[in-house]
Design a binder for this molecule. Structure first.
Ligand SMILES: C[S@@+](CC[C@H](N)C(=O)[O-])C[C@H]1O[C@@H](n2cnc3c(N)ncnc32)[C@H](O)[C@@H]1O
Length: 347
């Protein structure tokens, strides 16, 4: 394990005791963190996401949106992607909107500075780039799209053991990052979360909480409530808590310990979809649709097989045809069974 000087100083400045959320956020988003590194994405980076597997992913989302826009005769629409990464998904959406001559304003909200610089080059002024959701002023029907955004927020971890809650914290000991349980911590985040989401339900004994993640999602719901539109959030996670730590780190496509390779590995957690469903229900009045279904179901229901076959038929190259079909299998069966999508619409 290498603890670089930036991370050591981060610990030192906080008396060698930090929360899991601060650790994850520093490792991922500080100036020298994972998401500001040269190439975190794709085969040569640490992980591959659905938009990188095939442009069919973004095309199906774009066609789904166009259908909603036309059915509801919507004008002056904003399409907002949060957490664009390398921008492939937004590029596919813009291309399909242009193909069908659907007017919209496109926005990309991306936290990592290095990603924003790269996005500015590839979007060629077709998409406005913003740093955070607070920078977006929506006053038209807005559709928000995210893929693997929620799992990339730093979370605090709390564990109930021997009749009391403990907060997982980290310190450096003998040159290594180690975790320990603190039972004398500020309980405000934990208590507010339990009161809000587990009032009528048994509280799991392991909770992973990101206040920013919930605040940002609620902010998006408020915009949808005020302006109409909707949100489509793809991620991996659960509706019933697995009651265990779900934190994981990936380096060069392999799982590694979350405390090893800090700032080089991606660190994620499984998303608690039931929390976001509750926030949407509470925040968006008179919504027209809300569901949480498998990514595979969404793509199949919206015609990915049919679109893939149109491309396969027009391709003369058999390698290319195999590639199209195998990417559809990956998107709908392998990742399709692992990933879910929250779909919330107010029109
Ligand atoms: C796992 S990557 C996914 C990238 C892309 N959506 C894809 O599917 O390939 C997560 C992205 O979300 C960005 N991100 C994380 N938190 C964010 C936030 N609060 N606002 C905007 N972007 C954020 C990260 O910098 C990173 O680019």
């Amino acid at each position: 394990m290498q603890i670089n000087e930036h991370l050591s100083r981060f610990f030192e400045d906080r008396n060698n005791e930090i929360s899991m959320r601060d650790y994850i956020n520093f490792c991922l988003y500080s100036k020298n963190g994972f998401y500001n590194s040269e190439n975190p994405f794709g085969k040569s980076g640490s992980f591959v996401t659905s938009p990188m597997i095939s442009s069919l992913f973004g095309e199906i989302i774009a066609l789904f949106l166009i259908n909603l826009i036309q059915e509801n005769a919507l004008k002056s629409i904003s399409i907002v992607e949060i957490g664009s990464g390398n921008g492939l998904l937004m590029l596919d959406i813009v291309r399909i909107f242009e193909k069908y001559r659907i007017n919209a304003e496109f926005f990309s909200i991306e936290k990592a500075e290095n990603n924003r610089k790269n996005l500015a080059k590839i979007f060629e002024n077709k998409v406005k780039i913003l740093e955070k959701i607070d920078d977006f002023n929506g006053n038209n029907p807005c559709f928000f799209i995210t893929n693997e955004l929620l799992d990339s927020y730093g979370v605090n971890q709390y564990i109930f053991k021997k009749d009391r809650w403990n907060m997982v914290k980290l310190r450096i000991e003998d040159g290594k990052i180690v975790q320990f349980a603190d039972n004398n911590f500020d309980k405000s985040e934990l208590e507010a979360y339990i009161e809000r989401f587990y009032k009528n339900e048994k509280t799991p004994t392991v909770l992973e909480i990101s206040r920013d993640q919930i605040d940002d999602f609620e902010h998006v719901c408020r915009i949808v409530n005020a302006n109409s539109g909707g949100l489509i959030y793809f991620d991996y996670g659960y509706e019933k808590s697995p009651n265990t730590s779900t934190l994981q780190a990936i380096l060069n496509h392999e799982k590694v310990n979350i405390l090893q390779n800090p700032m080089q590995a991606d660190i994620t957690h499984l998303v608690n979809f039931s929390v976001f469903m509750q926030v949407f229900r509470k925040t968006v009045e008179n919504y027209s649709a809300l569901s949480c279904i498998l990514q595979g179901e969404f793509l199949l229901q919206n015609g990915i097989n049919e679109l893939a076959e149109i491309y396969a038929k027009s391709s003369k190259n058999s390698d290319n045809i195999d590639k199209i079909r195998s990417s559809v299998r990956r998107l709908t069966s392998e990742m399709g069974d692992l990933f879910k999508v929250i779909l919330g619409i107010k029109l």
